[in-house]
Design a protein. Structure first.
Length: 193
């Protein structure tokens, strides 16, 4: 599986599974040129890996992470100590990043904003589904203890989704013009497999 697609899926899974969510400590607002540089560097990394007949499989899937930011940090950690580090660092520098860490932070923020925009697009559908689920619970023949347990599960689900509301509007505005590109790059990776 290619680094882009697998990293995207890993990051999104970690985002959804992690209740404790905070923005990475990258100074300043995310700008469209940062997002474009991140995506271009990611494509160049894949081309570099293909051209050099190398697989990044061993470094693209970090071990179980305690938080979402480990997805891109795992890529960097996998590169340290390997001869590939300098080559990959040069790729990200060509796209305006000072180092791999700034590229990883931008990637994390980009994918957070991507997920938040996707989440925002379905807000009314989610609200209707939540209302319907609560009504079904209330109307069910379950005892009150079971109903309370079901309500708590829905509340937990709503709390997890709160993470998407914490993404800054600036980051969402920077990523919005790239939504189709991010989706298409992911689809191209799926088709290539």
């Amino acid at each position: 599986m290619k680094i882009y697609h697998k990293t995207l899926l890993t990051l999104l899974a970690i985002l959804v599974a992690t209740p404790a969510f905070s923005q990475p400590q990258t100074p300043g607002p995310l700008k469209p040129q940062h997002v474009e540089g991140f995506l271009d560097a990611l494509m160049d990394m894949e081309a570099w890996a293909d051209q050099n007949n190398r697989t990044l499989e061993s470094i693209e899937s970090p071990d179980e992470a305690d938080d979402y930011s480990a997805a891109y940090a795992g890529i960097i950690a996998g590169l340290h100590g390997q001869e590939t580090l300098d080559e990959v660092t040069q790729i990200v520098k060509r796209h305006g990043f000072g180092d791999l860490e700034s590229w990883a932070n931008t990637g994390t923020r980009t994918m957070q904003a991507f997920a938040a925009l996707k989440y925002d697009a379905t807000a009314s559908e989610r609200a209707a589904a939540m209302k319907k689920a609560l009504k079904q619970i209330d109307d069910s023949p379950m005892d009150e203890g079971q109903k309370e347990a079901m309500r708590k599960m829905l509340d937990t689900s709503a709390e997890v989704m709160q993470i998407f509301e914490d993404v800054s509007d600036d980051d969402k505005r920077a990523v919005a013009p790239f939504m189709e590109r991010i989706e298409n790059q992911g689809a191209e990776e799926d088709d290539a497999q």
